[in-house]
Design a protein. Structure first.
Length: 189
């Protein structure tokens, strides 16, 4: 009878050790998966309402609408006139404030929906604004208003004019070449 108890005890110890080893392996795999995540992955899985801190120190709260390869766009809730559109390059984000549930959600696997959207670059999004001749404000340390005329790989040409005006020759004060690194986000008034 003592031998039966001894073997039962050894068997339960072995099961506990195997279970602990399996849990350690799963935890290591999860750490490895999280270590491969990029900011874009986290934003794709995060709640749609985002509180962003930007390079120039500004804060922007927005409802994310879409997420490209290196940018996101949404509708402003706080930090600029409400209900204006925003296009934010990911390189301008220095922090994203989330609650505990949001932070946990941001490390989960995001849906693979929108694969085409995930390949579109910030320059592509700006070219679309240029095609539409949309009036914009480049927000950052030195905000400037105008219409995007041309878009290169890392810069754009802006016809500088008063916000809301059409870029007619009489309204355009100057043409400015603006590197993407010079502004934090694009506001669509």
């Amino acid at each position: 009878m003592r031998f039966e108890d001894l073997f039962d005890d050894l068997e339960s110890q072995l099961e506990a050790e195997l279970g602990a080893e399996q849990r350690d392996l799963q935890a290591e795999e999860e750490r490895f998966r999280i270590g491969r995540l990029e900011l874009r992955d986290r934003l794709a899985a995060a709640p749609r309402l985002l509180d962003l801190t930007l390079r120039a120190g500004g804060r922007l709260r927005l409802r994310r609408m879409s997420l490209g390869r290196d940018w996101l766009n949404g509708v402003v809730v706080e930090g600029a006139p409400a209900e204006t559109g925003a296009v934010v390059p990911l390189h301008a984000i220095v922090g994203v404030e989330l609650d505990g549930d949001g932070a946990a959600a941001s490390v989960r696997q995001a849906n693979a929906a929108g694969d085409l959207q995930a390949r579109l670059s910030f320059a592509f999004a700006l070219r679309d604004l240029a095609r539409r001749r949309a009036s914009v404000i480049l927000e950052g340390p030195s905000p400037v208003a105008g219409t995007i005329d041309r878009v290169g790989r890392d810069h754009l040409d802006l016809a500088v004019h008063e916000p809301g005006e059409r870029p007619r020759a009489s309204a355009v004060r100057s043409w400015r070449i603006v590197p993407f690194a010079a502004f934090d986000w694009v506001r669509l008034p």
